[in-house]
Design a protein around this ligand. Structure first.
Ligand code: 5GP
Length: 206
């Protein structure tokens, strides 16, 4: 029987929300059984980072040649550097029946949504969003300007959410990690997926 294709899982969210930390916790857990897609970037290697493990580090020229060669599912320029998801690895891994996990910023996630509308999109939100209400009315000691800034930030974050399937508030890394794992498990149990698999089996058994 032909193997069922793996899922494409996208974890994204506003800058500074802790996407990288949650991703590391997910992949440090031996129970995780999806594959991390290592991105390419033109930014400088940070201390302790390893080429081919944390990122594939490229020059701008190399990266731009890869863009021309259509080698990315998505790419974005973020704080002056390119970041992109190589298409080959993602396709091969999904075709082999394994789930692929991307941890990318929001412009990239938007591109993936267009190309793979069936992918699973998880938005990581800051805990400040959950506590916004208390923070807005709370002590009543904040200036109008501070409150207005919080409202503006929150509005941007809520607007960003609309292309995602799930929202995980990152108040504690281990909890956020478990929530992501649970969402992926639940996605595999979707009636449509299971029904399609059985239908195929029955057809092939005829
Ligand atoms: P950093 O430079 O701190 O490793 O990552 C900066 C930002 O780039 C993070 O928000 C991270 O999620 C995002 N990022 C990492 N890899 C990719 C990628 O392949 N594509 C996109 N669009 N963003 C990425």
């Amino acid at each position: 029987m032909e193997k069922e294709k793996g899922l494409l899982i996208v974890l994204s969210g506003p800058s500074g929300v802790g996407k990288g930390t949650v991703r590391k916790a997910i992949f440090d857990d031996p129970a995780t059984d999806f594959e991390y897609s290592i991105s390419m970037t033109t930014r400088n290697k940070r201390e302790g980072e390893v080429d081919g493990v944390d990122y594939f580090f490229k020059t701008r020229e190399e990266f731009e040649a890869l863009i021309k060669a259509d080698a990315f599912i998505e790419y974005a320029e973020y704080v002056g550097n390119y970041y992109g998801t190589p298409v080959q690895y993602v396709r091969d891994t999904m075709d082999a029946g394994k789930d692929v996990f991307l941890e990318i910023e929001v412009q990239g996630a938007r591109q993936v949504r267009k190309k793979f509308p069936e992918a699973l999109f998880i938005f990581l939100a800051p805990p400040t969003l959950e506590h916004l209400e208390q923070r807005l009315i709370g002590r009543g000691t904040e200036s109008q300007e501070v409150i207005q800034n919080r409202i503006n930030e929150a509005r941007k974050e809520v607007e960003m959410m609309n292309l995602y399937d799930y929202v995980v508030i990152n108040d504690e890394v281990s909890v956020a990690k478990e929530k992501v794992q649970t969402i992926v498990e639940a996605e595999h149990l979707k009636r449509e997926r299971i029904e399609a698999r059985f239908r195929k089996m029955i057809l092939e058994a005829k």
